[in-house]
Design a protein around this ligand. Structure first.
Ligand code: NDP
Length: 310
């Protein structure tokens, strides 16, 4: 019997993924059918993104696994109609893109690029930046993306501290965890990078209390998810000077509404959720490897812990 694979994502992605998935699944020697429409009780795997609109998994009675094209699974992790394994996307291309975005924006802050490039005010006031070794950067979240970003920053000699739920050992990175670890990680951080998932435990991770733990004038980069930051607390901290600047790629409501205060703040940079995206060529390989594993009875890669929500 052939393996039936439903592609349920933004329709514009289908012509991109269809040839890639076909090629990799054929290489794996699978007898398969791939499409955007099947009778639900005939589907074995769903290649999934929330913007495909599928929310009720109840009719998929023969389903073996859902394979997310997105790294962030907050829109599906709590779906009670989903009772089979859920794998999230860990994609080399996505990771590389995020590393480049984080390093670029950290360097922007570190080198004071805005002062010297965007402000041509005729004032000759030399204020060279320190070397990276004297710049404290903190990465909250040391998963696929956070670890790669922390390693890249460390390779540039930044003084990098990382923080995660469980203990880690990453060469060149001071790894902390737990509540005391968070306080220690934030207390020195001149630049904070948020690469946590959006879960009940991470909501408002940066709030009035944790923002106050940072040195005055610290800069925030949020390529993680909007709910990681208490927006009112951040706006207050930007007003008081406790936070010097924030670069925000993700928001509670996207697109960011036209009347949102972030658009008007001179010390906020808004980027439109472009920090990184799933790259079809590499992501299709990950999806196909998981289908191959499912058919071979091997454990899936990148399984989501539904209780933790990531
Ligand atoms: P992972 O699941 O690999 O890593 C998550 C990290 O966060 C882990 O280190 C985990 O700790 C840590 N963490 C989770 N909960 C807590 C907690 N309560 N306290 C402390 N640490 C916690 O995710 P990725 O690195 O792949 O992705 C991170 C997020 O980036 C995604 O969830 C998504 O929201 C966002 N993203 C944004 C994109 C963009 O374009 N803006 C693109 C892609 C992803 P532990 O290691 O101990 O489990």
């Amino acid at each position: 019997m052939s393996v039936n694979i439903l592609f349920s994502a933004r329709p514009a992605l289908w012509p991109i993924y269809e040839p890639l998935l076909t090629s990799y699944l054929s290489e794996a020697g699978l007898d398969f059918r791939l499409g955007t429409e099947f009778a639900p009780d005939q589907v074995d795997y769903i290649v999934y993104a929330p913007n495909g609109g599928l929310l009720d998994f109840t009719p998929f009675t023969r389903l073996k696994a859902v394979l997310s094209l997105w790294a962030g699974v907050e829109k599906i992790a709590g779906n009670e109609t989903l009772t089979v394994p859920l794998a999230r996307m860990v994609d080399h291309g996505l990771t590389q893109g995020m590393t480049e975005w984080v390093v670029g924006h950290v360097l922007r802050y570190h080198l004071g690029m805005d002062r010297h490039i965007t402000v041509q005010d005729g004032i000759w006031a030399p204020d060279p930046p320190p070397l990276a070794a004297d710049r404290h950067v903190c990465v909250l979240g040391l998963g696929a993306l956070g670890e790669a970003a922390a390693r890249a920053l460390s390779a540039l000699n930044f003084d990098v501290t990382g923080w995660s739920r469980s203990p880690k050992d990453i060469p060149g990175v001071t790894c902390l965890h737990g509540e005391d670890g968070l306080r220690a990680a934030l207390s020195q951080a001149e630049i904070v990078v948020l690469l946590l998932p959006d879960t009940p435990a991470t909501t408002n991770m940066l709030n009035a209390e944790t923002l106050a733990m940072l040195p005055q004038g610290a800069c925030i980069l949020n390529p993680g998810r909007g709910p990681l930051i208490d927006d009112d607390a951040l706006l207050a901290a930007l007003n008081s000077g406790q936070i010097g600047h924030a670069t925000l790629d993700v928001f509670r409501v996207e697109p960011l509404p036209a009347d949102h205060p972030y658009w008007a703040y001179p010390n906020v940079t808004v980027t439109p959720h472009i920090a990184s995206e799933t790259r079809p060529v590499t992501a299709a390989q990950v999806v196909c490897e998981n289908i191959r594993r499912g058919e071979a009875g091997e454990p899936y890669l990148h399984l989501v812990n539904r209780e933790l929500g990531y």
